[in-house]
Design a protein around this ligand. Structure first.
Ligand code: SF4
Ligand code: SF4
Length: 332
């Protein structure tokens, strides 16, 4: 029988042992329904999730809710929205209680005297032109001033089909301001013309992402297996989609048979009562889903299937390490 130790040499086995202790239990929280941008293709607004629930305004209720989440076993709070930095007291309530990650567009700076080591992920949707087309603003010009050199920040660079052949320019821009970058792919939820992926584009972007990782290993937080899985939508020959997705809210998950999934995962709306279907758009057709976190979690929950060859298991370890770095469970 294939076992972990029979497939790995000492170095890889030590890497495996380091992550196998982590036992990450994440959930996602809409901190607010408001945002200071309105990006075309934003899954939150395009799916009407901003209207799914009335925002809880009382700080004490947020605090009691987070205490309950901790009791429930959550050890990673992923804050999204809307724009979480519009409500820093809520962000602080999470930060004081749980390992916390804050997604932001970077227009409002998270004050480092109040949140010294909060992991911040800044969304970036391409070059100046793409950002102006899709988001109405060159956000990088602002966010890079706020976070240059910040060791607890990375750019979450959403690559669009228009970016093929131009990714290096963005990676260098980010490298030059002294922060890390993680790449994911746009799911064109609002059908903006020219921003839906064609098969040959996915092939091209995969190799461009690989090339960026080879050339900028100190800036890019990624791994080639992640690039393969997200661009092909396949893992070990199995297609991604509703039947396989690990990031479905557990109490709403009525799938049968149940796939391997994130244990106790819930995506909470900002009333702290309503649950959304999954980690991303409520209305997205799963066949078009390119959500990066869902794809990496898909790999992570399927460890057993990767105990097949040395390469498969190493691929699994690299994806797990990438996730653990992005959420500060292990150093960059
Ligand atoms: S900044 Fe984020 S939450 Fe706000 S509209 Fe854009 S994608 Fe949506
Ligand atoms: S939209 Fe994506 S993340 Fe949501 S259930 Fe479908 S596949 Fe999973």
């Amino acid at each position: 029988m294939k076992t972990v130790s029979s497939l790995l040499d000492d170095e890889w086995y030590a890497r495996y042992k380091r992550i196998s202790k982590l036992n990450i239990r994440s959930s996602i929280y809409d901190v607010t329904n408001r945002c200071n941008l309105r990006c075309k293709g934003c899954f939150f607004f395009s799916s009407g999730e901003d209207k799914a629930a009335e925002e809880e305004m009382r700080q004490d209720r947020w605090e009691a809710f987070i205490d309950n989440e901790k009791e429930r076993g959550v050890n990673l709070a992923i804050l999204i929205g809307g724009e979480p930095t519009l409500y820093l007291d809520r962000v602080e309530a999470f930060y004081r209680r749980l390992p916390t990650f804050c997604a932001t567009n970077g227009l409002i700076k998270v004050p480092r005297d109040r949140f010294p080591d909060l992991m911040v992920g800044i969304s970036l949707w391409g070059d100046e032109n793409d950002e102006k087309t899709l988001r109405g603003k060159d956000t990088f010009a602002v966010s890079s001033r706020h976070y240059a050199g910040d060791p607890n920040t990375y750019y979450l660079y959403t690559i669009t089909p228009k970016q093929i052949g131009k990714i290096e320019k963005i990676i260098c821009k980010i490298k030059d301001v002294g922060v890390k970058v993680h790449m994911q792919l746009l799911s064109n939820d609002e059908g903006v013309d020219g921003f839906s992926w064609q098969p040959e584009e996915l092939n091209d972007v995969r190799f461009e992402m690989d090339d960026m990782l080879d050339r900028y290993p100190d800036t890019v937080i990624s791994c080639k297996y992640y690039h393969e899985v997200i661009t092909t939508g396949k893992m070990l020959g199995r297609p991604f989609g509703w039947n396989e997705c690990p990031s479905v809210t557990e109490p709403l998950d009525t799938r049968s048979p149940q796939p391997k999934r994130l244990i106790h995962f819930i995506r909470w709306a900002s009333d702290l009562k309503t649950m959304h279907r999954c980690c991303t758009s409520e209305t997205r057709d799963c066949r078009t889903c390119k959500d990066g976190a869902a794809h990496m979690s898909w790999v992570m929950v399927n460890k057993r299937a990767h105990i097949r060859t040395t390469k498969d298991l190493q691929n699994w370890i690299e994806v797990y390490e990438m996730f653990a770095k992005l959420y500060q469970f292990i150093p960059w």
